[in-house]
Design a protein around this ligand. Structure first.
Ligand SMILES: Nc1ncnc2c1ncn2[C@@H]1O[C@H](COP(=O)(O)OP(=O)(O)OP(=O)(O)O)[C@@H](O)[C@H]1O
Ligand SMILES: Cc1ncc(COP(=O)(O)O)c(N)n1
Length: 268
């Protein structure tokens, strides 16, 4: 299940999550948190879904269909984050014994437009991170959550340690924004061991939805029974290919691709 906002441009948000789920062989369930008016230029408008409807969506699908892994994306407001935390706690998602819970702490779109309100950061840090099986911040989100500025690969370790102190069981610091690094290295930390996940940096401006693809492939891996380290490696493999096959669309930043997992003859 993804608990996320909709992107009318179909590059990020729940559209990216569902596309990733399908191409990873899992059935996607959705709790919509917000509808954004979005294209390759940015987020132009949005409306948030009432918190009780977000809670209702989670409860309805969990009660009837069950979930094997859950991820969050855009959560829109402190109120929605508090409600998601309460509801997930009640239905057994996250924490030490619940269904694996991947918290992608989405704070802004890649164009810099905020995706939660002023109360969102505190709610994310105090309520959601302690419940997370794994948190998957980019470097802007690392700075917001910990105050640490990461500009070099070596600094990712201190950031991972600081993030783990906020309560998640695993931390994945994503290095996509270290644009001077010829490799794109993500760092996994379990509280004891650091594991670097390197991949060649693809020379493309079209990376819209990369973070969503990474987190939802990871979530798909968990739903299919992989361990956290296995699912993280699977997510990294998936997103590296998705970025390699990204394509231009609209006036600015195009989407990463899921088509690389679709049979060649069906892509024409
Ligand atoms: N140019 C690139 N080539 C290869 N992998 C990349 C590239 N850019 C990002 N990635 C990978 O994509 C994933 C998302 O990384 P990033 O740090 O950009 O997060 P994000 O800001 O949440 O993503 P986005 O805003 O693009 O959706 C990471 O696994 C990262 O290593
Ligand atoms: C609805 C929604 N959810 C998430 C993102 C983040 O994705 P990105 O960092 O690629 O802009 C987004 N732009 N829109």
């Amino acid at each position: 299940m993804t608990i996320a906002g909709s992107d009318s441009g179909g590059a990020a948000g729940l559209e990216a999550d569902l596309r990733t789920f399908i191409t990873c062989g899992v059935h996607g369930l959705v709790a919509v948190t917000a509808v954004t008016v979005q294209n390759t230029l940015g987020v132009h408008d949005r409306t948030d879904i009432p918190a009780h409807i977000v809670a209702g969506q989670i409860e309805a699908v969990v009660d009837d269909m069950g979930v094997d892994a859950v991820k969050t994306g855009m959560l829109a407001s402190g109120e929605i984050i508090e409600t998601v935390a309460d509801t997930c706690e009640r239905v057994g998602i996250g924490g030490d014994t619940g269904v694996p819970f991947v918290v992608d702490p989405v704070a802004a779109s890649m164009h810099g437009h905020p995706l939660f309100d002023d109360t969102g950061l505190t709610a994310l840090r105090d309520r959601l991170l302690p419940m997370a099986t794994i948190v998957t911040p980019n470097l802007d989100e690392v700075r917001l959550l910990t105050g640490l500025e990461v500009t070099r690969r070596e600094q990712m370790r201190d950031a991972a340690v600081a993030l783990r102190e906020l309560g998640p069981r695993f931390v994945l610091v994503k290095g996509g924004h270290l644009t001077d690094d010829p490799e794109c290295v993500d760092l996994l930390f379990d509280g004891t061991t650091f594991t670097e996940l390197p991949a060649p940096r693809v020379d493309t401006p079209h990376t819209h939805g990369a973070g969503d693809a990474m987190a939802s492939a990871l979530t798909s891996g968990l739903a299919r029974g992989m361990s956290i380290p296995e699912a993280t490696r699977f997510g990294k493999w998936y997103v590296s290919n998705a970025v390699r096959h990204s394509y231009p669309m609209g006036a600015k930043v195009g989407p990463v691709s899921a088509f690389w997992r679709v049979a060649e003859e069906d892509r024409e």
